[in-house]
Ligand binder design. Structure first.
Ligand code: KIV
Length: 309
């Protein structure tokens, strides 16, 4: 069995952050290069979120996302990230039907390389069943997209004392059930802070202010690869979509103007092999060789003379 990497973030690291007040940095990733980049950037944890349904598959909500889709994303992320703590997001109807189904699906995430699973809502018994099976759970309260219709849409939660108290009560029950982490989405800063202080487990926020134990942002929001809408809590750190589009436009122009590929991109053939190749073919490529060309970046118009022409 391979030894754990010395730099791998574990539950112990994340609990230490909570104790010492060091903020934990979480980001989503859905594939191998994103995971590698997040890991190299030194984020503490990666969520393979079912937000991939919207950001990567183009669905309008996360509801159509399936376990099979998530397992492909989780496997790719686990191959790209060495150090980050990995969380697999249980998609709609992967945990609701029964304890048995929830445990089996959580187990699939662990087999795909995840350290923990995330479960939306306050299904306390369900979360307990997963925890009792030995799998770590991050609960997700506040705005929970799987039940957005019941909430009347994507709405900030816990804006009244009564509703914030309900979230706190749910969070306490989930902690008692064995849950290891809590994620709060779209809640007022003070309500989220109170919940984070009341609980022993690390409490992270996405749109829940700066007083929780760490922050999650969806990578596509952060780097400018999602354009459908921009939540108030999102900060764009770059415009990767625009950068990629600029690169593709340069590529298009260079191909159209015969500037790409250029000499450094060509494979060479030895002189004698070229002569053999041309041999009896009837074709003459007097200026075919790159070194014979005045401007190798410009298109070669070979002087082709077919035998018998
Ligand atoms: O799927 C996801 O990325 C999430 C976050 C929005 C919390 O669940």
């Amino acid at each position: 069995m391979p030894a754990d990497s010395k730099t791998k973030t574990t539950i112990l690291t994340l609990r230490r952050h909570k104790r010492t007040g060091e903020k934990t940095v979480l980001v989503t990733a859905y594939d191998y290069p994103q995971a590698m980049i997040a890991d190299k950037a030194g984020v503490d944890a990666i969520l393979v979120g079912d937000s991939c349904g919207m950001t990567t598959h183009g669905f309008k909500t996360t509801i159509p996302v399936t376990m099979d889709m998530m397992i492909i994303h989780a496997g790719a992320v686990s191959r790209g990230a060495n150090d980050a703590f990995l969380i697999g997001d249980m998609p709609y109807m992967s945990y609701q039907p029964s304890d048995q189904i929830a445990i089996e699906n959580a187990g699939r995430f662990i087999k795909a390389g995840m350290d923990c699973v995330k479960v939306e809502g306050a299904m306390v018994d369900r979360v307990k069943a997963i925890c009792d099976s030995g799998i770590m759970v991050m609960s997700h309260l506040g705005l929970t997209p799987h039940t957005r219709a019941k909430m009347g849409g994507y709405r900030v939660q816990g804006k009244t004392a009564k509703s914030a108290e309900i979230v706190l009560k749910q969070a306490r029950s989930l902690e008692e059930a064995g849950c290891s982490f809590l994620l709060l989405e779209a809640m007022p800063r003070e309500a989220a802070e109170m919940i984070a202080r009341e609980l022993h487990m690390p409490v992270y926020g996405i749109g829940a202010g700066d007083k929780v134990d760490g922050q999650l942002v969806i990578m596509h929001d952060l780097v400018g690869l999602f354009w459908e809408f921009k939540s108030k809590f999102v900060k764009r750190y770059c415009e990767a979509g625009q950068m990629i589009q600029n690169a593709l436009e340069d590529y298009r122009d260079e191909v159209k103007n015969a500037k790409f590929p250029a000499k450094e991109n060509f494979y060479e053939i030895k002189e004698e092999e070229l002569e053999k190749l041309l041999g009896d073919s009837g074709w003459k490529y007097e200026d075919l060789r790159v070194e014979n060309q005045a401007n190798p970046n410009h298109s070669v118009t070979p002087k082709t003379t077919k035998k018998g022409d």
